[in-house]
Design a protein around this ligand. Structure first.
Ligand SMILES: Cc1ncc(C[n+]2csc(CCOP(=O)(O)OP(=O)(O)O)c2C)c(N)n1
Ligand SMILES: [Mg+2]
Length: 752
């Protein structure tokens, strides 16, 4: 561990004496630094004016943070290193090469705004060619992704072949002949250019208040554990909106709190001093590039303006305190320094400022004339524009029953086929990495090597054997931190990896909710297709376990189908699980893959392994059995229960029930539902989740809305009671939908 402290009070105040110490910037670079700092402040001032004139709709300033931003930008390498900045990093972005015009385009919400096409507030940076990765608004949710980004870079450095796009004679010939490409030739890799450098690093910044977020600590832990080349920059302006640092951070110093993390290089610096900051970043970068571990730069800065234009800091900061801050304004102090050192005289300063002002005026005029984003564009880039997951290229036949030697092969469970599918996909695609809680065979590899242990491979053993086969850099245990699992995976996928991560129980997916809802699912849309993160999240879900109780049995899929941008899959049998998982892995969208625990080893729905190319397109329901009297729409563990009920009714009164297994919940197969309802005129929607506001509500509403004329009876729903799943099996049975509940509803509907 290395620590460097620059006393904030000494820097710049004694600048003449200290000049040689901080002399990592040449005279030209100092002038350039001042130009960028001045430009950054003037953009803020100009935006504030534009906001008051109602020509832009929001403003977030980087005032007071200019020196540290410019210093980082000059010390690091755009388009080579990777950047996860936060909203105060205007000066950093300018130093990396973003043009003022591009910033104003975001302010006016222009179609040509390169960060988001008018979708995000200003100061939400996204510039793919500079490696500035799309930023969201939740404080701190970028930090875990920065970890994944660094892991991705390191993975490609160690597996350079994985970065290559596989040669696809089939795809090439399809392009030549115009024939549709075949399934085996298509996957996300064709649309994901990977670049990496052996000594690259990832920069991530945050405010002092944001260091209170749990995800910050998860990221610090992951960076230290992995000795990852990540520079954390805390820009400490002493406030989080109105909350001062001593109320935010125990003891008032984030440096003190993090000082125990191993493998880090620490810097605490006056972030209003461009030279001290630059020197700190150079040391930090050197440490990271040498592969020694992560670095932490704690930069003391000021916030001369209120938090945002919606905030008035005079309500909680007295004039005296604000005046004290003004004394260390980085723009004025740097200007004074240039004058004092004779680097620029008054004339030079005036000239420089005039040039910048003229440039900004031109940029503002151009941006105000730019076309706003078109209303027709709002649905663009919700999903991959390159690979349509509902397309027939994902429709492949299973290979024959594997009975090459004449002997019949025994059908396998859903658990077996998921494992087999993961194994074959890992063989096919070196970009796949698997991690999560307990998914490895054994983290202490020597035990495996010495054959002291057999290995675990997940609490349900679905990843058993994969670490032994593919190595511990492709299959590994994560800390017990769900947000970190999804956040790291998101960062990795941004770089072109295909993380297939596991959330051990659906009941514990909630710490990752911010990452799923506000990050993973939004990245492509909010960056206007600048970035994407096609992660697969496998989750064990569901009840009917006798004893699983409230925290090991819940469903809740409708909460995720309510998220645009996320594919949701819920197979009911082994063959579908294999085909759908393969599609999930090869496709270009993020997928939540829900695996029902009760179905893992059920005798219902076992199948022979359908071979390494078997896929099922999303949005195609399976007609479990055809019928004419009633349509039952369901999925997951209710499928075998509904089948049992339907068979009973058929035995008793000859009723023919058409049973649809949706298989994927987003997208869902409206076409098959429409055809079926037109035939039967009666509908039952059945699902294991709680009844109210559940997945079936949307299906029922759609049918009522669009197929009303086809109906001869009300649409009914059978689902769990609006409570939680209880431990005592008698209670669990009463809570979850049972075959008899389905039978009664079916009987009532057919005779309505
Ligand atoms: C998760 C989350 N909670 C709350 C907010 C609202 N919010 C935006 S900025 C901010 C304060 C951030 O303070 P700090 O991290 O110190 O950064 P600063 O703005 O001072 O640079 C808050 C509470 C948010 N964007 N995200
Ligand atoms: Mg702050």
């Amino acid at each position: 561990m290395a620590t460097t402290k620059t006393d904030p009070k000494l820097a710049l105040a004694n600048a003449t004496k200290k000049a040689r110490v901080h002399d990592t910037l040449s005279r030209e670079q100092l002038i350039q630094a001042y130009r960028l700092m001045y430009m950054s402040r003037r953009i803020d001032d100009r935006e504030i004016l534009l906001k008051r004139q109602q020509k832009i709709y929001f403003q977030m300033s980087g005032a007071g943070h200019e020196a540290v931003g410019v210093a980082a930008g000059l010390a690091l390498r755009p388009g080579y290193d990777w950047f996860y900045p936060y909203y105060r990093d205007r000066a950093l972005c300018l130093a990396l090469g973003v043009e003022p015009y591009q910033m104003f385009l975001q302010g006016v919400g222009a179609a040509d705004d390169p960060s988001s096409g008018g979708r995000q507030m200003p100061s939400h940076w996204s510039y793919p060619s500079l490696h500035i990765v799309t930023q969201s608004s939740p404080t701190g949710s970028q930090i875990l992704q920065a970890i994944g980004c660094a892991e991705g870079g390191r993975y490609f450095a160690r597996h350079p072949k994985a970065a290559e796009v596989p040669k696809n004679p089939l795809l090439a010939s399809a392009a030549r002949t115009g024939a549709p490409p075949s399934a085996a030739s298509v996957d996300y890799r064709q649309f994901k250019n990977v670049s990496f450098q052996n000594d690259e690093l990832t920069y991530v910044s945050l405010g002092d208040g944001t260091s209170s977020e749990g995800e910050f600590w998860e990221a610090m832990n992951a960076a230290a554990l992995g000795k990852l080349p990540v520079i954390f920059c805390v820009e400490d302006n002493g406030y989080a909106i109105s909350v001062p640092v001593e109320v935010q951070t125990a003891g008032g110093s984030i440096s003190r709190l993090v000082s125990g993390f191993p493998n880090f290089h620490f810097e605490e610096v006056d972030g209003t001093d461009p030279m001290a900051s630059h020197a700190a970043f150079q040391r930090a970068a050197r440490y990271c590039r040498q592969g020694l571990g992560p670095a932490f730069v704690h930069a003391h800065v000021i916030r001369p303006y209120s938090h945002s234009l919606s905030d008035d800091e005079r309500l909680y900061r007295p004039e005296s305190e604000r005046e004290r801050d003004a004394q260390s304004d980085p723009v004025t102090r740097t200007q004074m320094y240039l004058l004092r050192e004779g680097i620029l005289d008054d004339k030079g300063i005036n000239q420089l400022e005039k040039e910048v002002d003229a440039e900004l005026q031109t940029a503002v005029d151009r941006a105000l004339g730019a076309l706003p984003a078109a209303p027709e564009s709002v649905m663009n880039f919700m999903y991959s524009p390159d690979i349509d997951v509902t397309s027939s290229i994902f429709e492949t036949a299973p290979v024959a029953d594997g009975a090459s030697d004449g002997k019949k092969v025994a059908p396998k469970t859903m658990a077996d086929l998921i494992t087999a599918t993961l194994r074959d996909e890992m063989k096919r695609d070196e970009r796949i990495v698997i991690f999560g809680e307990d998914v490895a065979d054994c983290s202490r590899e020597e035990y495996l090597r010495q054959k002291l242990v057999k290995g675990k491979g997940g609490v349900f053993k679905l990843t058993f054997g994969l670490q032994c086969e593919f190595g511990d850099d492709r299959v590994f245990n994560s800390p017990l931190a769900e947000a970190a699992i999804v956040g790291r995976a998101t960062g990795m996928a941004t770089r072109g990896l295909k993380p297939v991560v596991e959330i051990q129980f659906f009941d514990y997916i909630w710490p990752a909710m911010m990452q799923i809802r506000d990050e993973l699912s939004t990245i492509r849309w909010r960056s206007n297709n600048g970035f994407s993160s096609p992660v697969v999240i496998r989750v064990a879900i569901g009840g009917y376990l006798t004893g699983g109780a409230i925290y090991h049995s819940q469903c809740g899929e409708s909460i995720f189908t309510h998220i645009p941008g996320l594919r949701v899959v819920f197979p009911s049998n082994a063959l579908d699980a294999s085909g759908l998982l393969r599609t999930a892995i090869r496709c270009d969208d993020p997928v939540l893959f829900l695996e029902h625990k009760r179905l893992y080893r059920e005798s219902y729905g076992r199948a022979v392994y359908p071979g390494p190319e078997y896929m099922i397109p999303f949005g195609k329901a399976r007609i479990v059995q055809p019928g004419t009297d009633l349509t039952v729409i369901t999925y997951g563990a209710v499928v075998p229960r509904a089948l049992q009920a339907a068979q009973k009714l058929e035995r008793e009164q000859g009723t023919k029930i058409e049973l649809l297994d949706l298989r994927t919940l987003n997208p869902f197969d409206w076409e098959t539902i429409t055809a079926s309802v037109a035939k039967t005129n009666r509908v039952l929607v059945a699902y294991e989740d709680t009844l109210s506001w559940g997945y079936g509500a949307e299906i029922a509403a759609r049918i009522a809305d669009q197929l009303f004329d086809e109906l001869d009876a009300p649409i009914r729903r059978v689902a769990a009671k609006d409570t939680f799943v209880a431990y005592q099996p008698i209670l669990e049975d009463a809570i979850l939908p049972q075959p008899n509940d389905l039978y009664l509803a079916m009987k009532e509907l057919v005779s309505y």
